[in-house]
Design a protein around this ligand. Structure first.
Ligand code: SF4
Ligand code: SF4
Length: 118
């Protein structure tokens, strides 16, 4: 690149909006359909365990905790946020969220339990 052209680029970039943001001070606005942390709705689950069958990393476990009552346990250290479980669930009991701040220092906190309906 010629020095004159380079100087024009440098001066031009001074007045441009930055391409990056000031995360974490400035939160990111995730787009629609973003595949963040998976959410479980115990009201809809019928315990078919098809989500467990299709999860490529064995990150989800469905436990029967009563008659017609199921809880979901997610191991976020295994989950790759592919949302295959969401696509598989015939009752739409699983859904994606825009939650991305999931890092933990304590690995035990990556085990997330969604308790069954009362
Ligand atoms: S696939 Fe859906 S309905 Fe079946 S066990 Fe999983 S969450 Fe429940
Ligand atoms: S998002 Fe993918 S990896 Fe995570 S629990 Fe669902 S199927 Fe498994």
């Amino acid at each position: 690149m010629r020095p004159g052209k380079m100087l024009r680029e440098v001066l031009g970039s001074i007045f441009k909006k930055p391409a990056t943001n000031l995360y974490p001070a400035q939160k990111m606005d995730m787009p629609e359909g973003f595949r963040g942390k998976i959410k479980f709705d115990p009201e809809k689950c019928i315990g078919c365990k098809m989500c467990m069958r299709d999860c490529p990393t064995n990150a989800i476990t469905i436990n029967k905790v009563g008659e017609g009552k199921f809880e979901a346990v997610f191991d976020l250290s295994r989950c790759i946020y592919c949302a295959q479980c969401v696509d598989t669930c015939p009752k739409k009991a699983l859904s994606t969220t825009k939650e991305v701040e999931l890092a933990q220092l304590d690995k035990n906190k990556l085990r997330v339990v969604f308790h069954s309906k009362e």
